[in-house]
Write a protein that binds this ligand. Structure first.
Ligand code: M6R
Length: 612
C-alpha cells in the first residue's frame, strides 16, 4: 500500500521519480506527488493516477538532482490533492513521503497542536513530518537525528524518505514493517518500496531492516544506523531481475501477460528442485529442517486472499500425500485470536509480496510461541522472506497485475512439491505414486499451454455473461479452493458479485439464488465424486441456471448438460488446480476488459497490503 521512490545523485531526479512511480503504481493509485529540490523544495501533487501528475507537471518546475515521490493508497483522509503526499512541515523546511500507518497519530497531533502546529491534511503522515520538525527545531538537530528521535515516539508502520531544505544533497530514509530498498549507483542512490524502480539503474541494493535509518548523500556516501543509534554495516545484495520482466511485452495488460507466463513460471518454480527421471525433489528450506518438519505435530498455513486459497489447496495436499494435520488460517483472524501454537507446530506463510501486514504480524506472534516459521514467498528480500526460519521462493518473477495469477499457480506448485517431499520422507506415499506424480507435475507446464488454446472460446463465454450482476462458482475437493479463487478473480477486477461454494453445499442455501439469470461456473474435473458433481449440475439446470463447466478433455456427460464446457487436459487429481484455475483467470480477464474495467489496477485495491 503506497509506493515511495527517491533519488539523490548527479542526474535529473524528475524522470527517475516518474518512471519509478509508474512501476510502483500497483501499490496504490489514489494520488501521486513529487518533491524536487534545486534551490528550494517544490512539491507537486495530484489526485488520481501517476498520469494525472505527469499532465500537471507540464506547467510545473521539474529541475533538481534530488527528489522524492509517492503514489498513494488512501488510509487516513479521502483521496484528494491535499491528502496526497509529499507532506511538508509547518515551516516548509522538511518534506516527507510515507508508506504505512502511524497508529498513535491522533495523540501526537493533539500534542503538536498544543505547541501551535497547524495541519492542512487529514493524514497521519503530516503529523509525522511536523513531529520531526518540532524535535529538530527544539534542539537544533541534524535531520537524521531528528528523524531517529521522532521514530522512537511513533507506534505503527512506516517506510519514509525525508528531504531538508537546510541540508541539501542528502536524503534520510527509515523503515519499520513497510519495505524500503536502497539502490547504489555511481555517486547516486535510489530509495524505493521495492526493487522495480531501481533495476533499470543498478542491481546493487541494500534492504533496510526494521528500525533502521539510512542517510544517503550526493557525494556518494551512505550511513546506516539503528533507531538506537548504533552504526550498522549494510549488506549489499545483487538483484536477480531483468527490466523486461517489468514490461507488458506486447500484451494489453500485465494480468494477461502473467496468465500466459504460467507455463514458464510453473517450470521455473520446479527448476533444479524436481527430477522426474531420477525420482527426487529437493527443497533447500525443507531439507535444512527435514526432521522438525516431518515430525511436526501439525502445519498451520497462514495467508490472505489468493494466497489463502493456495493454502487451502496445501491443506488437501499435505493431508493426502503427507498425512499431516493442517489448519488453514486467515492471517488477520489468526493474529487476533489466542491460538494454541507450540514449538511442535510448523507455521507456513504464503505471500506473493512478502509484505502483507496481517500475515507478517501472524508470523511474529507464532514465532514468539516457538513454532518453526516457513515462508513461501515470491518477492526476494521481502519482509516475510527475511523473518522466517526457513522457506522457498516461488520464482514467479515480478507480478504487477493486482489480481494474482502466476503467483498462485507457483504457490500451488511449491506446495505440491513440499507435500511430495515430506510425504516421501514420512513414508505416507508409495514409491510408484510418488514417481507418477513427479512425472505428471513435470508435464503440467505443457498442459497449461494447452489450456491457453481455449482462450477464444473463453472470450466468447465471457461475452455471454458479462452483464449478469452475480455469478456462482462451485467445486468439490481440490476444485473447491479453485471455486473460491475464480469468484475472487471475477469480483476484484470486474466488480461483479460472485461467490465460491463447495458444490454440495449449494443445496444448503445458495440454490435459492438460482434462476435463468444466474451463471453457475462448475469446476467438474473430479474423478472422485464425479457422479455427485454431475448431480449438482443437474440440480442447477432443473432451476434454469446457466451452467459453464470446466471439464476433463473428452467428457461427454457434462457437455450434454451444461450450456458451455471448457476442456482441460487430464491429470492426477491433486494436480488439477494447476490446470482448472487457468480458464477462470481468463474468464475474469475477458469479462473485465468487456466491462471496460482497469484490469491491472482495480478500484480500491492495491497489490501489496501493508496495512492491517
Ligand atoms: O502478497 P500476498 O500474497 O500476501 O497478498 C495477499 C492478498 O492481498 C492477495 O492475494 C489479493 O487477494 C489479490 N488481490 C488477489 O488477486
Amino acid at each position: 500500500m503506497c509506493g515511495i521512490v527517491a533519488y539523490v545523485g548527479q542526474k535529473d531526479a524528475y524522470p527517475i521519480l516518474i518512471n519509478g512511480l509508474k512501476r510502483l503504481e500497483y501499490r496504490g493509485y489514489d494520488s501521486a506527488g513529487v518533491a524536487l529540490f534545486e534551490t528550494d523544495i517544490i512539491v507537486s501533487k495530484k489526485k488520481g493516477k501517476v498520469q494525472e501528475l505527469v499532465n500537471f507537471m507540464d506547467t510545473r518546475p521539474r529541475n533538481g538532482k534530488i527528489g522524492i515521490g509517492h503514489t498513494r493508497w488512501a488510509t487516513h483522509g479521502v483521496p484528494d490533492d491535499i491528502n496526497a503526499h509529499p507532506h511538508s512541515s509547518g515551516n516548509g523546511r522538511l518534506t516527507l513521503v510515507h508508506n504505512g500507518i502511524i497508529e498513535n497519530y491522533a495523540l501526537l497531533k493533539a500534542a503538536l497542536e498544543k505547541e501551535g502546529h497547524k495541519f492542512k491534511s487529514e493524514t497521519d503522515t503530516e503529523v509525522l513530518v511536523h513531529l520531526i520538525e518540532e524535535i529538530q527545531k527544539r534542539d537544533n538537530l541534524p535531520l537524521e537525528e531528528a528523524v531517529r528521535i521522532a521514530l522512537t515516539r511513533v507506534i505503527g508502520a512506516y517506510a519514509i524518505v525525508v528531504l531538508d531544505e537546510n541540508e541539501p544533497g542528502k536524503l534520510v530514509g527509515a523503515r519499520k514493517a513497510s519495505p524500503l530498498v536502497i539502490g547504489i549507483g555511481e555517486n547516486e542512490f535510489f530509495l524505493a518500496s521495492d526493487a522495480t524502480p531501481i533495476i533499470e539503474h543498478t542491481k546493487r541494493v541494500v534492504y533496510l531492516n526494521d528500525e533502521e535509518i539510512a542517510v544517503v548523500r550526493q557525494s556518494g556516501e551512505m550511513e546506516i544506523k539503528s533507531i538506537n543509534n548504533e552504526v550498522l554495516t549494510p549488506f549489499i545484495h545483487e538483484l536477480d531481475m531483468e527490466i523486461e520482466m517489468l514490461e507488458k511485452g506486447g500484451y494489453d495488460y500485465f494480468m494477461l501477460k502473467e496468465i500466459y507466463e504460467q507455463p514458464n513460471t510453473i517450470a521455473d518454480c520446479m527448476r533444479g528442485r524436481l527430477n522426474a527421471e531420477e525420482g527426487w525433489i529437493k527443497l533447500g528450506g525443507v531439507d535444512e529442517f527435514a526432521n522438525r518438519i516431518a515430525n511436526a505435530q501439525r502445519f498451520i498455513i497462514a495467508a490472505c486472499g489468493t494466497s489463502w486459497h493456495a493454502g487451502l489447496i496445501g491443506e488437501y495436499l499435505f493431508e493426502e500425500l503427507a498425512r499431516m494435520p493442517v489448519e488453514v488460517e486467515y492471517a488477520s483472524e489468526l493474529r487476533y485470536r489466542n491460538p494454541i501454537i507450540t514449538e511442535k507446530d510448523v507455521v507456513i506463510a504464503l505471500s506473493q509480496s512478502g509484505e502483507t501486514a496481517d500475515t507478517l504480524a501472524a508470523l511474529e506472534m507464532a514465532k514468539e510461541k516457538g513454532a518453526l516459521i516457513y515462508g513461501i514467498v515470491n518477492v526476494v528480500g521481502s519482509s516475510i522472506a527475511r523473518m522466517t526460519d526457513a522457506g522457498s521462493y516461488i520464482h514467479a518473477g515480478p507480478e504487477i497485475g493486482v489480481a494474482s495469477t502466476k503467483a498462485f499457480t507457483a504457490q500451488v506448485t511449491l506446495l505440491t512439491m513440499m507435500a511430495l517431499r515430506i510425504g516421501y520422507q514420512r513414508g505416507t506415499i508409495s514409491e510408484s505414486y510418488f514417481r507418477l506424480l513427479l512425472n505428471e507435475l513435470a508435464s503440467i507446464p505443457a498442459k497449461v499451454e494447452r489450456v491457453m488454446a481455449s482462450n477464444q472460446l473463453i472470450e466468447y463465454i465471457a461475452g455471454e455473461i458479462k452483464d449478469r450482476p452475480n455469478a456462482l462458482y462451485l467445486g468439490r475437493g481440490y476444485n473447491f479452493p479453485i471455486a473460491l479463487e475464480g469468484a475472487l478473480k471475477l469480483k476484484e477486477i470486474s466488480y461483479i458479485h460472485a461467490e465460491g461454494y463447495p458444490a454440495a453445499e449449494m443445496k444448503h442455501g445458495p440454490i435459492a439464488l438460482i434462476d435463468e439469470n444466474m451463471p453457475v461456473i462448475v469446476i467438474a474435473t473430479n474423478k472422485s465424486a464425479y457422479d455427485k458433481i454431475v448431480s449438482n449440475i443437474q440440480e442447477v439446470k432443473a432451476r434454469k441456471g446457466f451452467v459453464i463447466a470446466v471439464v476433463t478433455e473428452g467428457d461427454t456427460v457434462i457437455s450434454e448438460l451444461a450450456d458451455h464446457t471448457i476442456e482441460i487436459p487430464d491429470t492426477e487429481e491433486p494436480l488439477t488446480p494447476l490446470l482448472s484455475v487457468i480458464p477462470l483467470q481468463l474468464l475474469s480477464y475477458h469479462i473485465a476488459v468487456m466491462r471496460k474495467c482497469n484490469v491491472d489496477q482495480p478500484r480500491n485495491l492495491a497489490k501489496s497490503v501493508t496495512v492491517e
